[in-house]
Design a protein around this ligand. Sequence first.
Ligand code: SF4
Length: 499
Amino acid sequence: MNERQISGKDVILKAAGLLEVKLVSAVAGYPVTSIVNLFRNDDFWADNTFWMINEKVALETALGASVAGRRSFVLTKHVGMNVLCDPLVTSATHTIGAGLVIIAGDDPGAKASQNEQDSRYFGPLAEVPVFDPATPEKLFDSLKEAIELSEKASIPVIVRVTSRLLESFCESALLRPKGSVPPEFDRSVWDYTMKGKHQRFHSMSYPLMGDYSQSQDCLCHIDTTKTGIISSGYPACLVEKFIEESNSRISHLALDMVYPLPIKKLKRFIDHHEYVLVVEETEDYIESHISIEDTIKGKSTGHIPHGKIEKEHILHALENIKKTHMDKVVKPETIKERGPRSICDTCPYLSLYRVLGTIDKPIAGDMGCSILSTSAPLQAVDTGFALGSAISVACGFKGKGIAVIGDFGLAHTGMQGLINAKSNGFDLLVIILQNDVAAMTGGQDVADLTHVLEALHDDIEVVDFAEKIKERELQALLMEKMEKKGISIILAKGTCPKY
Ligand code: SF4
């Protein structure tokens, strides 16, 4: 790296300025937290960048900005796409105003996530365009095109990023803006029925998306009629490196825009080659749309693994390209092999986790630090479905369910679970780890919801974990609460020594 080079993360910051973005709304989580920190540490962006309590409100706020003619970026990790999906799906037919780009951070390899889901699938689901750039230069171009297409087709656009793309570098001077005035929302769309809006979308917005995709200026070199590789995202860089280092005669089509897929471009490339290998992360998204002949190889044929791709996977697949199928021998990674990620030794809640580990009942955990207590030696909580899920999951348990949730999980979506539990009369013990920070994602501040809890529930016990609490007393308190009918809340106050 030289001093004129900038990283993929910096490209997003720079693009926001050059593209005249006015609002950045984000929810912390790997791999997007560090991008948002760049915005928060920037004098101009500090006042225009917001840590939102969840991804749905993050997108809704950006939609409001768009209606008012203000361009926006929404930054979320991949699982946050599930939370914002409701307004996203409707926004495509509702129409918007100024450009709105959702930067979705995927985590191939699940380095710091609960799954490896592939955000590209939100394109066909929500009928919004998806870009999957391979390099920081392509990332900038994608953001530029995304704003332009968002305004022309009046829809949000997704740009998928991964940590390896964000940590790659490019020449800063290559980044050039494209000036245009952002439009405001045109409310004449309300002349249509809901069905009419979908018909309008398919006659006006979708053809535009298709034209953009078909004419995308993506990398394509045809060097042979034997084997060609189709890729998108960061794996395209691995393919290029592999071709260069091995001096192989292999063609390569690296797509930048993956929804809609440029079917004619793909067909021409496929028709030109005897064998085609599809290299993509994390699922077989492109492959599933094109693998109608057994000359097309990829994940479904066992040539390429699911999840994170490395160069050796490409070599292995090419060595076996003539095989119809390769046996998949996948040994699922265990915590023992990878090494545990545990609750910190200095965590104020260690005694609580130890006590929870002795309870012979299922305990619903959440996606904060409590998830670190699932494995040995603590084995405290038993589930971790989604951020904010613990309370509603515990509602489904037999008898009085136990939920452990952080204060950020509660603010994110857990509070709805608590309101629902009350209105349906569930028996529940909710332990809220109230340390005022989102410790799992870097220590972002969390709103104090104590007054909201007090307005909703009577049985609230505050336990200060700054004081030395005997595990025997803690156990007795939990047993006492479990014997009571209704909703009991233990507000476990503590200070995270990490933040
Ligand atoms: S980060 Fe903080 S809250 Fe989380 S386990 Fe460590 S000490 Fe506890």
